[in-house]
Design a protein around this ligand. Structure first.
Ligand SMILES: [Ca+2]
Ligand SMILES: [Ca+2]
Length: 138
């Protein structure tokens, strides 16, 4: 299983399209802060980086307004229930996610460093970077 999550307008319905050899569509609802998350069964997917994009549906009276696909949705692919060594991309545990953490991530790029490997797939790469962007505080 992987967790995929992102941010959208608050309290709305999200359709998440996961691209692989075939397309999977999952539904989620965003909370009052606009955050949404789904747990997606990756059994049919190869172990790889898969793209996912989300669109949101706003129901207004009888009408359903669909957003276009977000081009830059923040999402995170990781193991459900995995114990992250450095949760939420704070690699030096100072309560902030900023350039210091980014430089640590770069230092461990393409390694299996447990701390920098945010989605715990055994490699530090672009996915981990996108997770860091998700938690970026500056
Ligand atoms: Ca930090
Ligand atoms: Ca990784």
């Amino acid at each position: 299983m992987v967790n995929i999550y992102g941010q959208s307008v608050p309290e709305t319905k999200i359709n998440i399209h996961i691209h692989s050899d075939e397309e999977f569509v999952e539904e989620a609802n965003s909370d009052e802060n606009g955050k949404w998350t789904i747990a997606f069964d990756t059994t049919p997917l190869e172990i790889d980086f898969h793209t996912a994009k989300a669109l949101f549906l706003v129901e207004q009276d009888e009408n359903v307004i669909k957003s276009g696909f977000s081009k830059a949705v923040s999402f995170h692919v990781g193991k459900v229930g995995g114990e992250a060594a450095c949760p939420e991309a704070d690699l030096n545990h100072d309560g902030r996610v900023n350039l210091t953490d980014f430089s640590i991530l770069l230092f461990y790029w393409n390694t299996d460093n447990e701390c920098a490997d945010q989605n715990q797939n055994g490699n530090v790469d672009l996915v981990d970077f996108s997770i860091m962007m998700y938690y970026w505080t500056g």
